[in-house]
Ligand binder design. Structure first.
Ligand SMILES: [Zn+2]
Length: 464
């Protein structure tokens, strides 16, 4: 499995390089080399394919009566997938990898490009730490505490959650983590009905969630959910500091240093496991409230994690204090709370329980008065909120949660007036949220793997 991951990483990077080369060429040359017909292209001056240099760009070489090719062009992903047999010829060791795994790997790159074209970052080359998994879509079998992975074989594993009756295995992802290998299995039962969401026009009650650090979530009904600070509490911080110091005292390149580093990694894994479990608990707690809709703020977490701007003394050219050392602790707390992951889980649980999930713009939610709507930064004094216009007094975060509730209600009301009054299926849930990033074509599933997610559950079990 270790070998496979290494090979697949190099395959991923190779295909990524192929696409980057093509992208640059197109970007520089525009449509000059865009070939729309079967006319011969000079291989020295231009590439035949628009999307990738490897593989056959044409689907069907047959020509119909009018002289036009049927189904003329493959997209970049299909071009690269059809090039796989050639890859296996040139590098025979790739034949040892299951073919669906190789295909899924190409699809993974294509997904990264799709995200890029819809406004996210440019796909990156993968290194050891950013690439540690592979996915099967066929042939995986589970029997008791044994699992069969094609081309690898039967092996023992810890079956943490047996597959329920009537479900078939759709896909399996094998992932390397700090302390061993894990497999998560996607299963499907077609007889399970889809989750039906409340119609937007019928939404009567709504709960707003304000995320924070001292308390993880404040709900608009006054409920608070505490933040255990898995990575930034005093005890864990001390253990991390000690274990980190043990690494730095070992000789570089020595076995003992690797061992010490593995111990730190194990601790990080434990922290992340605890956080995941807690977040699921919190999410299901929020989703089980008796409301029709849940409103969450759409935070730009990566923007909040930015470093402070550098300050420089203009006469001497020396750096001045810019508050970064103070911000560092806050940044760690923000990462530890991992709000965006929590909000994803809330969304998942909300959809599962038939509730509407709304994201709202968090601008001024913590400065605005919930009663009179007055916006003033001086209304807020740490945890207290006293409106400078009408004198309304409340806990600052609960005031914010109530503002989020109001915004979510407005969002839903405007959506009811618009064209999306009928409930949408889970696959196109994103069009419901009003964030600028999610420009999703209506009626189109976001990605093919999301299509049958509604009746699928993910199982995670530890391999030996
Ligand atoms: Zn007020």
């Amino acid at each position: 499995m270790e070998n496979w991951v290494n090979m697949l990483r190099s395959q991923y990077n190779w295909y990524a390089a192929d696409r980057i080369a093509q992208y640059n060429q197109q970007f520089l040359q525009g449509n000059y080399c865009d070939i729309k017909t079967y006319s011969e292209a000079c291989p020295i001056t231009c590439f035949v394919s628009k999307n990738g240099a490897t593989g056959e760009p044409w689907k069907d070489t047959k020509v119909d009566k009018d002289g036009k090719a049927k189904n003329p062009r493959r997209n970049a992903r299909d071009i690269q997938i059809t090039a796989l047999p050639e890859l296996k010829k040139a590098r025979p060791w790739y034949a040892g990898i299951d073919s669906t795994v190789l295909q899924q790997n190409v699809k993974r790159l294509d997904k990264a490009y799709e995200n890029f074209f819809s406004g996210r970052g440019f796909p990156k080359f993968k290194n050891r730490s950013s690439f540690s998994s592979f996915t099967y879509v066929m042939g995986v079998k589970v029997q008791g505490n044994k699992i069969y992975l094609p081309k690898i074989g039967w092996m023992r594993f810890y079956n943490s959650r047996p597959i329920p009756q009537g479900f078939t295995v759709k896909a399996a992802t094998v992932r390397k983590r700090q302390h061993g290998w894990y497999v998560s299995i996607r299963i499907e039962d077609k007889t399970v009905p889809d989750y039906v969401a409340v119609a937007l026009a019928d939404v009567k009650s709504i709960v707003g969630c304000d995320m924070g650090i001292t308390k993880l979530v404040h709900l608009s009904d006054g409920h608070q959910i505490k933040n255990p600070k898995f990575a930034t509490n005093k005890k864990v911080k001390r253990i991390l500091r000690i274990r980190q110091r043990r690494i730095s005292r070992k000789q570089k390149g020595s076995k003992n240093r690797t061992k010490a580093a593995a111990r730190v990694g194990k601790l990080h894994k434990k922290i992340s496991d605890k956080r995941q479990a807690y977040q699921w608990k919190v999410a299901s707690q929020i989703a089980s409230r008796r409301v029709d809709a849940i409103g969450v703020e759409d935070l730009n977490v990566s923007g909040m994690l930015k470093r402070c701007r550098v300050k420089m003394d203009e006469t001497t050219g020396r750096f001045l204090l810019n508050g970064q050392s103070r911000k560092k602790g806050l940044n760690r707390s923000i990462s530890d709370a991992s709000w965006s992951e929590l909000s994803q889980k809330i969304e998942y649980m909300a959809v599962k329980s038939g509730k509407v999930f709304v994201k709202v713009n968090p601008k001024y939610t913590s400065q605005k008065c919930n009663v009179c709507g007055h916006i003033d930064a001086s209304s807020r004094d740490k945890e207290k909120f006293i409106c400078s216009a009408c004198g309304y007094m409340a806990h600052a975060d609960i005031n914010a949660a109530k503002n989020i509730k109001k915004l979510a209600m407005n969002n839903i009301a405007s959506m009811v007036c618009g064209d999306s009054a009928k409930p949408e299926p889970f696959g196109s849930k994103r069009s419901r949220t009003k964030s600028p990033r999610t420009k999703c074509k209506r009626g189109e599933p976001e990605n093919p793997s999301n299509r049958d997610i509604k009746s699928e559950i993910s199982l995670e079990s530890a391999c030996l």
